[in-house]
Design a protein around this ligand. Structure first.
Ligand code: NAD
Length: 315
């Protein structure tokens, strides 16, 4: 039975990875400091092969049993989180990734880092292939996240080349689904919370900026396929189905049958104008592509949010 270490395992994506790996018969060690995650995301897990360790991965840490796979997911991930935690975000990308790569080396484990489409910055190439080096503002408010992830990618490649660690890099594009925090400031949870509570739905700018939204189950399948492959180069994992944020806001209002009105607010600094993954590499190397249609994924997510918003204790 393989053992997987999931850093950030009590977060949105990390907790879904824990569920998926347990279903596949893995033992799972979930480490998290609960900075942006929650025990609510893992409290349903009853499998004896699951273990939770509350720790901060920016401090040196050790795992006292053999590990076969590492899913390194820990990092503040939403703009309001990394604006609140700029130094922590840089430290997680640097020390946290260094410590976790060291563990992968010690255990001879396969290592996956959750990188991001933000390494492309405000892209001048569309859609974005992995070969694009990006257009990032290193000193803007988003720089702490974008550069932490770019540094973490460089560190990962150095451990591969110099230390012989078996690594891979997932460049994750916008993902949505149950367990995103209603107040985490990202577009889909914000629109859903506002639409379901009858508040105005806030769209930044004129809403023409685009995103490509991937349902969480598709994303997790892609991450596991990548970590179980022999690929070392970065791979985009996301859904190429691109839409404007205005279209997404309107769709959320329609699906939730909300009476909320749309309001427009100023664009945040350095907000990327377009986002669309080129997933040719994922298709060719992993045989992976998304399967869940947007409406289907949104309906599942709405069901979850309706429950969460009705029970503040569960948030
Ligand atoms: P999340 O905030 O829900 O999860 C991150 C988890 O990491 C949280 O549980 C948090 O408590 C934990 N964490 C943060 N700092 C830590 C530390 N020092 N020690 C231990 N645990 C720590 O975010 P998410 O959306 O699940 O994102 C997970 C990963 O995927 C992140 O690395 C993020 O950058 C990446 N990613 C996510 C998306 C997306 O759309 N969700 C897109 C691109 C990349």
């Amino acid at each position: 039975m393989p053992t997987s270490l999931v850093t950030g395992g009590a977060g949105f994506l990390g907790s879904h990875i824990c569920d998926h790996l347990l279903e596949r018969g893995h033992r799972v060690i979930c480490v998290d400091n609960l900075e942006t995650g929650s025990l609510n995301n893992i409290k349903h897990i009853r499998e004896p092969g699951f273990r939770f360790e509350m720790l901060d991965i920016t401090d040196h840490y050790d795992i006292d049993e053999p590990v076969d796979f590492v899913y390194h997911m820990a990092s503040p991930a939403s703009p309001i989180d990394y604006a609140r935690l700029p130094l922590h975000t840089l430290k997680v990308g640097a020390y946290g990734t260094h410590n976790t790569l060291g563990l992968a080396k010690k255990h001879r484990a396969r290592f996956l880092i959750a990188s991001t489409s933000e390494v492309y910055g405000d892209p001048l190439v569309h859609p974005q292939p992995e070969s694009y080096w990006g257009n990032v503002n290193p000193i803007g408010p988003r720089g702490v996240y974008d550069e932490a992830k770019r540094y973490a990618e460089a560190l990962t490649m150095a451990y591969l080349r110099q230390q012989g660690v078996d690594t891979c890099i997932a460049r994750i594009f916008n993902t949505y689904g149950p367990r995103m925090r209603p107040n985490d400031g990202r577009a889909v949870p914000t629109f859903l919370r506002q639409a379901l509570t009858g508040q105005p739905v806030t769209v930044f700018g004129d809403g023409s900026q685009t995103r490509s939204f991937c349902y969480v189950q598709d994303l997790i399948r892609g991450l596991v396929a990548l970590n179980e492959s022999e690929v070392h180069d970065p791979v985009n994992i996301g859904n190429p189905n691109e839409m404007s944020l205005l279209e997404m806001a309107e769709l959320v209002i329609e699906i939730t049958e909300s009476r909320s009105e749309l309001v427009f607010e100023p664009l945040p600094v350095d907000d990327p104008q377009v986002r669309q993954p080129d997933i040719t590499r994922a298709k060719q190397l992993l045989g992976w592509e998304p399967e869940v249609a947007l409406r289907e994924g949104l309906v599942e997510t709405v069901e979850h949010y309706t429950k969460v918003l009705a029970s503040p204790a569960a948030r």
